[in-house]
Design a protein around this ligand. Structure first.
Ligand SMILES: [Zn+2]
Length: 417
């Protein structure tokens, strides 16, 4: 931090944040204590209206862009500076929890309420963003409208997305009154901080409160088909078999080892189809998917090479045919070093144990990082579970996240003064 940084002692109110989380959890609340708030549904409209009213009560101007992204801005002392944004998403999975995304909008609301209560004036304007359709559950793909903001998708592409009933996102935006007049990407900000639950078990396992997120892992998906020969299990001697499932099982082990050899990289086979899947037939064909991830693209290249070299060897040993192709690639994202520093400083200032980590999941911040300096803050979630009604983060953890967010934003603001 620069020497001119003000000694601010702004302390957020964890209980107020918690009440807000519980209050908005009623918009789409499920009997099991989760939330079903699909994007641009009636429930989503209710929480949007609520959010808009709360922000306006704090003196913010709320603007909506053409794909429903909401931007609430509180003016700063200087009009020549772009806002510092804090944002995430208010939509949830069909059996979603109370914290995924929501904490990243209501945490900022608590931070802003604290600033307003204390009459604190920032140099730059402070903005809260609610991104439309992060989840991708009702309308695929995920992170759709932060993607539109970042120029990854066109607004027309977003409008044309259909849900299972054949209803288009564009029509739903109009119906709930959130197809705004501003062009996507036209409402500018100079930086963005996204507070989010970790959605993994690392912080909890290490008893750390804050994840200082340095980027998002690169991800690559592949599809593999192994072909052998269907034959009678009783009549085909072991030495004469072309067992596709045996080959696949050795390949799965090899893929696991690619992950183990490249930690913190991960390598997974999550879907497998065995044909004909009959107890007395030597399997003739197996299809499976491969998911490789690593924060560093060069290591990911290495993992891909190791995986692609291992499979043909195994296939050859067992007289099997192999078909393998990459079907999707999402490059690793590196967050802005100057913002990561502010988060680290914010965690230290609040006295929380922290660790640097890469995000294993995709987030709005990953797309926004393509156009604006961006970073993320993680807090633990019980058992690393999310996309589940049982998703659980404590009052203390939510409060810690909001406090570090506020500290980080003020630290960054001080560098702009
Ligand atoms: Zn999320």
């Amino acid at each position: 931090m620069s020497a001119t940084a003000p000694k601010t002692n702004l302390t957020i109110n964890p209980a107020r944040l918690w009440d807000t989380l519980m209050e908005t959890a009623k918009f789409g609340g499920t009997p099991k204590g989760g939330i079903k708030r699909l994007t641009v549904s009636d429930e989503d409209k209710k929480v949007r209206d609520w959010f808009k009213a709360q922000c306006e009560a704090l003196g913010c101007t709320v603007e909506v862009d053409e794909v429903g992204n909401m931007f609430a801005t509180r003016p700063g002392k200087r009009k020549d500076l772009l806002p510092i944004a804090m944002g995430s998403h208010l939509d949830t999975q069909p059996t979603g929890g109370k914290f995924d995304g929501v904490l990243g909008v209501l945490g900022p609301l608590e931070a802003l309420r604290t600033m307003v209560d204390m009459g604190y004036e920032s140099n730059a304007p402070i903005m809260i963003v609610n991104w439309t359709n992060e989840e991708g559950s009702r309308f695929a793909p995920a992170m759709l409208c932060s993607g539109v903001y970042a120029g990854v998708f066109t607004p027309e592409f977003a409008y044309s997305r259909e849900d299972r009933q054949g209803i288009k996102l564009g029509d739903e935006l109009e119906r709930i009154g959130y197809k705004g007049k501003h062009k996507a990407g036209a409402i500018k900000f100079g930086s963005m901080f996204e507070l989010h639950i970790e959605q993994g078990p690392i912080l909890e396992a290490e008893n750390k409160m804050i994840g200082v997120v340095t980027g998002v892992q690169g991800m690559r998906w592949y599809e593999v088909t192994v072909r052998g020969q269907e034959s009678h299990t009783g009549a085909t001697p072991m030495g004469l078999r072309k067992n596709a499932l045996l080959g696949a099982s050795r390949m799965i082990e090899a893929i696991h080892q690619v992950g183990m050899a490249n930690l913190p990289g991960v390598a997974s086979v999550g879907l497998i189809e065995n044909r004909p899947n009959s107890r007395n037939v030597v399997p003739g064909e197996v299809f499976f998917t491969v998911d490789l991830r690593h924060p560093d693209e060069t290591v990911l290249d290495k993992m891909e090479k190791a995986y692609q070299e291992a499979l043909p060897k195994i296939a050859a040993e067992l007289n099997l045919e192999l078909e393998e192709k990459r079907i999707w690639k999402s490059p690793a994202v590196k967050f802005a070093p100057e913002l990561i520093k502010c988060v680290q400083q914010g965690a230290d200032q609040a006295g929380y144990k922290s660790r640097e980590m890469a995000s294993g999941a995709g987030h709005d911040a990953a797309y926004i990082a393509r156009v604006t300096p961006t970073t993320m803050i993680f807090v633990p979630c019980l058992g690393g579970i999310s996309h589940n009604e049982a998703e659980s983060t404590t009052l203390e953890e939510c409060g810690a996240g909001a406090q570090v967010l506020l500290n980080a934003v003020l630290a960054h603001d001080a560098t702009l003064g």
